[in-house]
Design a protein around this ligand. Structure first.
Ligand code: EPZ
Length: 421
């Protein structure tokens, strides 16, 4: 297993290009199951979760070849509807093959996704969505078994206790593209990644409207054709670099950063005293040399503050004068990073679903352990400013969703490298 080693101190400066969005790539790769034709998906990031999804497509009878950031898929005559446990259990997002399998083959057998360290990951809304289209669903021996003689459009409300569901919206939308008649998804997720999926489905011949709102309408068609599609830039990666610049008091230009995807994050950074501006098609961030202001953050469905940047925001708040309160409304248990940040000299304590952060003058480097994808990113950010050396073990968590992070940070002036643990 590898570890990342970081010697804290340098201010980041320069330009960085973020990779394609992991959370758009996964459902869009799953959408290739909806057609019998060749697909070409561009700007796909080189991350472990994408490699897992390509293996799942292979197991389902779709040839999937990645060449650089381009993935070409070709369905084979041997189409399968069983997504195997050994692959699905390694990545919760695999559940997003449920909708396209049902839509194209009228049958799906997908292993129940394991829970994960950020909390329970229910799929009741996924099941509600496909049952509304006429699927018969049973859960047996750890698998979701779904069958449908025919799929008929209907209206379904997909709001859960924490608002809309990204992948439940994705699954229902994908199945609805090949249902008879109209489907209306109420309280649909409108994250940029859901919009990207909808735009890709439209490029394949689907009839979809409202994908930038909480009400998505899909008019079923008989078949979807192949298409070429380019994935949007990863807003979570971009937000991570914005926060890295803020922490190191640096100056960055994110060449493909999109302000419209990061409104809530930019708003909080400005409130803290960091200058963020849209310029030349990207995002410019200039952090002041002096102290930043503490801010309170509550995570919400888009366009609210994204839960996937909560840990990274907390890292910034650990070195900000004053008291900040960071509340998780999406995954109330998503705080594994707190104990590791405290090992580095931070002062954070958990009160229910809120992390209470009292800023300290400086963090100190220490051996720490990554626990999940975004917590790992928070530890990298902390290591960039901590005094002396930080060793981050189990960095395979980071490799699930960040494409070449240490290479990009090193190019920006960070002293960071990978070692065998
Ligand atoms: C997507 O997960 C993302 N993953 C997550 O990113 C992200 O944190 C999450 O959306 C929220 O934005 C991908 O897109 C691959 P949800 P998803 O269904 O779709 C509850 C990362 O770090 N819920 O939107 O699985 C659920 O418990 C990952 O890149 C139900 O109650 O998340 C949560 O509280 C982590 N019933 C809330 O909805 C359901 O059937 C939002 O979950 C489904 C979800």
């Amino acid at each position: 297993m590898d570890k990342l080693v970081i010697e804290g101190g340098p201010r980041l400066s320069g330009e960085v290009t973020v990779s394609g969005a992991k959370n758009a790539s996964l459902p869009i790769l799953a959408a290739t199951l909806l057609t019998d034709e060749r697909m070409e998906i561009r700007n796909v990031p080189d991350v472990a979760d994408v490699r897992t999804m390509l293996k799942i497509l292979q197991a389902l009878g779709v040839e999937a070849v990645k060449d650089g950031d381009r993935v070409t898929t070709r369905p084979t005559p041997k189409r399968q509807w069983l997504a195997p446990y050994k692959l699905v259990s390694t990545m919760r997002a695999s559940i997003c093959v449920l909708g396209p399998l049902l839509g194209r083959l009228r049958k799906a057998q997908v292993s129940m996704p394991g829970g994960c360290i950020i909390g329970p990951r229910p799929i009741d809304l996924h099941i509600k969505g496909i049952e509304a289209l006429g699927a018969r669903v049973k859960i047996e021996h750890g698998y979701v078994h779904a069958t449908a003689g025919s799929l008929r459009g209907s209206t379904v409300y997909l709001g859960g206790p924490c608002g809309s569901s990204v992948l439940a919206t994705a699954n229902t939308m994908m199945a609805a593209t090949l249902a008879q008649g109209r489907t209306v998804i109420e309280n649909a997720a409108c994250e940029p990644e859901v919009v990207d999926l909808a735009d890709c489905l439209v490029a394949m011949g689907a009839k979809i409207h409202g994908q930038r709102t909480h009400v998505i309408e899909i008019e079923g068609v008989k078949a979807l054709h192949g298409a070429r599609y380019t994935i949007i830039p990863d807003r979570v990666e971009a937000g991570t670099y914005l926060l890295a610049a803020a922490m190191t008091r640096g100056h960055l230009f994110i060449k493909n950063g999109r302000a419209e995807h990061l409104g809530a994050v930019i708003d909080k950074l400005r409130e803290a005293g960091v200058q963020v501006t849209s310029a030349n098609g990207g995002l410019k961030v200039d952090a002041p040399r002096g102290a930043l202001r503490p801010v309170n953050v509550t995570t919400l469905p888009y366009p609210g503050f994204p839960t996937d940047l909560q840990a990274q925001m907390m890292a910034l708040m650990t070195i900000t004068d004053g008291l900040s309160v960071i509340t998780e409304k999406i995954y109330p248990e998503r705080f594994m990073h707190i104990s590791e940040l405290n090992r580095m000299g931070a002062y954070v304590f958990l009160e229910g679903a809120s992390g209470i952060v009292r800023g300290v003058r400086a963090l100190s480097g220490a051996p720490v352990m990554a626990s999940d994808l975004r917590a790992s990113a928070a530890l990298v950010l902390a290591g960039l400013v901590a005094e002396q050396r930080t060793d981050i073990a189990r960095v395979y968590h980071l490799d699930r969703g960040y494409d070449g992070m240490e290479r990009k940070l090193e190019q920006l002036g960070a002293r960071i490298w990978r070692e065998k643990a």
